[in-house]
Design a protein around this ligand. Sequence first.
Ligand SMILES: [Zn+2]
Length: 494
Amino acid sequence: MGSRLCANRAQARPQNSLHNLHVTAAPNNLPAALLALGDFAFIDVETTGMRPLEDRLTEVAIIRFSKNEPPRVWQSLINPGVAIPAEIQSLTGITNAMVRDAPSFFDCRDAVREMLQGAYFVAHNARFDYGFIKNAFRREGEAFTSDVLCTVRLSRKLYPESTGHGLDAVAARHRLFVDDRHRAMGDANVTARFVHHACDELATETVAAAAKSLLKMPSLPAHLPQSALDELPDSPGVYLFFGVNDLPIYIGKAKALRERVRAHFSSDHMTPNDIRLSQEIRRLEWIPTAGEFGALLLEAQLVKEKLPLHNVTLRRKMKTGFLTFSDDSEIPSWQLASDAEAFEAGNTKVLRIGPFSDKASARKWLMFAAREHELCDHAIGISRPRHPGEPCFPRQVGRCHGVCDGAESRTLHRDRLLAAVGALEMPRWPFAGKVIYEEQDATNDRCDLLQFDQWCALAGGERMPFDGDVYRLLTRTLAQYRHRFREASARAAQ
Ligand SMILES: [Zn+2]
């Protein structure tokens, strides 16, 4: 009822109705078996450009299907508050003149919210529309989250043999013609009709199953309240699962909390551990962070502090280590990363290769590098000679240059060895000491200050144990955003 009122309100705007195209005849409702999953809000937006953070909406159209109710339709041109670039005007047909007297997103936000709230957000290339709607709400100081169903992915899943899943290709293939294509309502309408058509052609159950799997629809654990997963934000962060008492049974980190937590309970992706968690979980908590770093560090800290029953992460991480080569031997030793001495800044005498997740994978990597570069198995300790001068096995089949039987000099072999393993050499810490990294999440207006030293994170001033995930993220981030790291050097304090 309320939303039909909304549609009327929008159409009643005199300045708006002038510019609205005719409202396409209300589409037939979707099959009940599909709507049993929930409401489906088909949406399409037109914009001033391609970037959800900088560009603005110029038109929104929404068709909402609910069980036991006729479909509801809402659309409006939107004044973007900025000029529409000429090439976009000709692409969408929406001109500056058309939106001049249109309402702003602020004016439309209640109607848009009401049309979308509690429904699946369905669109062709849905990330685009979702990004724009989310940012439009954010600019008004409102958080908007929804479960997103992309009909490009749905089309791929339902018609894997077809090539081309853009809206033009889909419309042509299924003969879905409307006369206002490339405008928001026309495109939302084609998208809805595509899903309807697929239900007719392939059976509703097939479409529902595909939608369910794309939505990673969780089967709610037996002891969680119905609404437990609704409020999860899209932001990065750490989540904690609790059982019957106050100790977490599992702690995890996520780039997107909502998607990650729900994946634990979505039947397509459940691991044996997820099934156990699903049986034991009674409530959950989450702590949003500004980014991946913050999530990674907070997870490590909390896991270490609370030792949740079902966390294998920490135990797995304790096995991380390096192969080290000293000046006088070509046989590497295995050094656990948890060995604090490994990270003394002055320790430059050894060449450190890694990190590896455990000793066995380090050995495997070394053997592979040895074969690739025709190194000597005896010289690097993969095998042992039974008497001095015995050729190694690869030598016997022509895959070692012969440092074992004197055909290659030790110096040359050593140089080739160092070149071969050099790709995984752990670089020196590129700063004088501690650094501060500002991790920012513009979308959620959050900022975390994180500290690092010698490839390790600091928590409360203390260096945390080496963590391969932190290391990899650090090297990647340094390569791209070196300027975001500030030295918190002793020099500044002097
Ligand atoms: Zn050899």
